[in-house]
Ligand binder design. Sequence first.
Ligand code: GTP
Ligand code: MG
Length: 256
Amino acid sequence: LYRKASAKVLPTVLLIGPSGAGKTTLLTLFANGTPSATHTSQEPQTALCQLPSTTSSHEDRYRSEHDTSSRSQPKFLLVDTPGHGKLRHHALSSLTSPTALKGLVFVVDSAAVSSAAGLTETAEYLHDVLLLLQKRHTQSKTSRDPQAIPVLIAANKQDVFTSLPASLVKSKLEQEIAKARQTRSKGLLDSGIGMEDDGGDDEESNWLGQYGAKEFKFAQMEEHGVEVKVIGGNVRGEGEEKGRVEEWWAWIGENL
Ligand code: GTP
Ligand code: MG
């Protein structure tokens, strides 16, 4: 009862990822039930969404099977951000602004990451996003309510025949993030940034995941309060076929 009364602010789920990954198409599908045609986004966009009746929500876990009272599916705000390299400040600032952020969906074009350039671009953006979440968690550790934010990596466009399966998207991103982490920390050393004892902004706090580790695994984010899951799907289907997004809905339902 108390929870219900205090839950006035709608939970927010953020869509982030490189340009062309399918964020805006996903927003139209989640908000309207069907995907619409899109243009490259230049500004963030917010839509009110409701969990479909076929998806169970976090609160359903506490309901008894014999509870026949009507079930109202939770509503949330879905925020789409532009993926273009010059417009990413929108996405990064919404990560640090205080909202009821319940989760972050990082949308990946599973066909684009099969090319070296596409993989690097995606991994570098993801590295920066995860590092921000890690810092957000570190800074809030002392407060009573450390902010743990789960991340869904949506390996989109599984309908495209050149796309990589979700398991491969995961391992390729982990390998590439390890490289990005290495080059970023070297860059810091070379430029002298982080060498002074300015507390907090040292080399260690700019290192993603397990400090000093050679390999990067998404599981390393857990001790920094970030649980990462990689799930495949597609917003658009071939021809008459519908998209495949049920598992993404399920993830949102679990985290609302
Ligand atoms: P920015 O706004 O530039 O950041 O890109 P975005 O991530 O919002 O991409 P958008 O939703 O505009 O989609 C880019 C293109 O990918 C569009 O032509 C979509 O129709 C297409 N697309 C999105 N999802 C899928 C999918 O699952 N399968 C296929 N085949 N195409 C998709
Ligand atoms: Mg867009």
